[in-house]
Structures are given as structure tokens and as C-alpha cells.
Design a protein around this ligand. Sequence first.
Ligand code: NAD
Length: 321
Amino acid sequence: YDKRTLSAHAKKNSIEGNAIDSAALSMSYFESRLSMETISLVKGFDAVSCFVNDDVNAEVIHCLKQQGVNTIALRCAGFNNVDLVAAKKEGIKVFHVPDYSPTSVAEHAVALIMTLNRKTHRAYHRVKEGNFALEGLLGFNLEGRTVGCIGTGRIGSAFCRIMKGFGCKVLCYDLYPSQELIDQGCEYLSLDELYQQSDIISLHCPLNESTHHLIDKNSLAKMKDGVMIINTSRGALVHAQEAIDALYSKKIGYLGLDVYEQENEIFFEDMSSHIIQDSVFQLMLTFPNVVVTGHQGYFTDEALNHIAETTIDNLLHHQNE
Ligand code: NAD
């Protein structure tokens, strides 16, 4: 999908762009993840375009520079997989696609909530087996529920607006509160107050040192019993083992994940071998009140087109800035 969308936009650019643009872009696509094992593939290229599953650490960056690469164009918003300090030191420019479709990810977070609150994942499997019994499928309304949003940037803001539309009380936490959201009736509180009052908590902050394992046994202890946790941001925001403990104790009533701590090994590599090795992930999938998707929040037609367009634009027009 990525190759098809990127090629279409590259072609569009060379047809519609000027002669310099069309001459400037010669592109090759490799299936492998960028790592020290695959670094020789980039030899002779001026730029590499990476995704969330590429491990662009300091060693890789040093080798990229040695191979003549001067630009990294990420096809994603988050850049926690790139050592930005090393890139700066080596003089390699790093571009990302900051706002390709906040709506896509926000809507996916809502889709996870609505799968869990009406147990549609379980209902679907039952109906496929010819079982129309409703036992165990009792749901709850979203209207009137209190939803906590941690991180109210592009995606978090879109998420808050949708939840307001459902008639939820929306509580927010961010280092930089948004006046627009306050004007729309959202309320900013301390993190602890948000934990104490929310029925549903959705994570929309970046992964960094201060947010690593934000959801762990300490923060969970402050939350309501049976809280619903949704993570579409980055896997390591949630301590997987401690989330499982909280599922056993019923502190977490529902868990919806689009991202997972070891997702590079699990979602993007050979599933059959890696899924068996990650026993925590395997255990998580056994809970009926857990729904996991494989980092597909961004995966809409609209978002892919926007990613391809911005990536090609970054490669063609901003390399020399
Ligand atoms: P953004 O930069 O627009 O917003 C992030 C917000 O988090 C900002 O308002 C920032 O102030 C806030 N923040 C930073 N540190 C915080 C902290 N310690 N506590 C609370 N808030 C904090 O980013 P975005 O475009 O909204 O993306 C959010 C995250 O979603 C990205 O970092 C990325 O990891 C993830 N994402 C996931 C997918 C997917 O497919 N699942 C796609 C795109 C992005």
C-alpha cells in the first residue's frame, strides 16, 4: 500500500512539477526494516524514507552518513524511533509528517471504545457461529460518561471533539492546555484528578522520558475500578505486565490497544515466530475485554495520500533548507 501510494504521488509530482523536480526523484522501495543489517541497501541514495518500525539509532545514523545519505524523511508523525541528537551531530536532516490525519487516529480510538463498550468483537464471533445469545454482552452508553484525554494536540483535540458529540464529559491533561477545547466545554485538570474521575482514559501524548510507562500500577491505583484504557499513541506508554495484573484484579475493565511495547517484533515481523516468544502479549489476547489492532489508527485512504504527498514534498523541496 505504501509503495503504491508513494509511487503515485512521485509520478504525479514529476508530471506536474518542473524539470528539476522530475529529475531529482529516483526512488527505490525495499521491504526490509532499516537497521544495521540492512544499511548497505541505502548506498548511493541521498535520502531514506522510514516508518515507525525502522530502528534509526545513533549507529545506523552514523552509517547512513558514511553511505552518503543526508536526509531522513519519516512517513509518520512520531519520531521516537530516530536518535535526533545523533542526526543533528551528523548533519542529517529529519522530516516527519506531523498532521497527516488526526481524524483517522482519533476515530480509531473511538472505534476501540465502541468495540469494547458494546462487546461487538465477541458478538461478531458468536453470530458467525450461529449463536445469537446476548449473555455476557451487556453494554453501556457513552452519553453521560466521563472521558479523560491525556495529550490534547492534533489527535487528542479531534478525539475530544468526537467524545463531546457523544454527550460525554471530557476531561483533559496536557502541558499546554488548548483554549479552543476549553471554549468547546472540555475541562483541564491535573493528571491525578483526571485519573480519579474518568470512566474512559485515552492516551494521545508522545512517548518520551516523562511519559514512558505512564500507565503503570501506580497510576492505575488512582483510577476508578473497571476503567477503560485506550492507547493509540505509542506502546511503551502502557506497562504491559502491570496492565495484565490490573485486568486480573478488574481494576482495568476494558483495554483497547492499537500500539504495543514490542510491536516492532510482533506486528511488523513474522507473526508466527514472534508472537509465541512474547508471552505477555499472548496472555493479553486471552482476555475477552481486550481488543488489540496492529498499529492501524493512521491507515485510511485520506491519511496515506496525505503522508505520501508530504513525504515527496519534503524530499523534493525542503532538503536544502
Ligand atoms: P501532537 O504533537 O499534535 O500532540 C501531542 C500532545 O501531547 C501535545 O499537545 C503535547 O503538549 C502533549 N504532551 C507532551 N508531553 C506530554 C505529557 N507528558 N503529558 C501530557 N501531554 C503531553 O501529536 P499528535 O499528532 O496528536 O500525535 C499524538 C501521538 O499519536 C504521536 O506522538 C504518535 O505517537 C501517535 N500516533 C499514532 C498513530 C497510529 O497510527 N496509531 C498515528 C499517528 C500518531
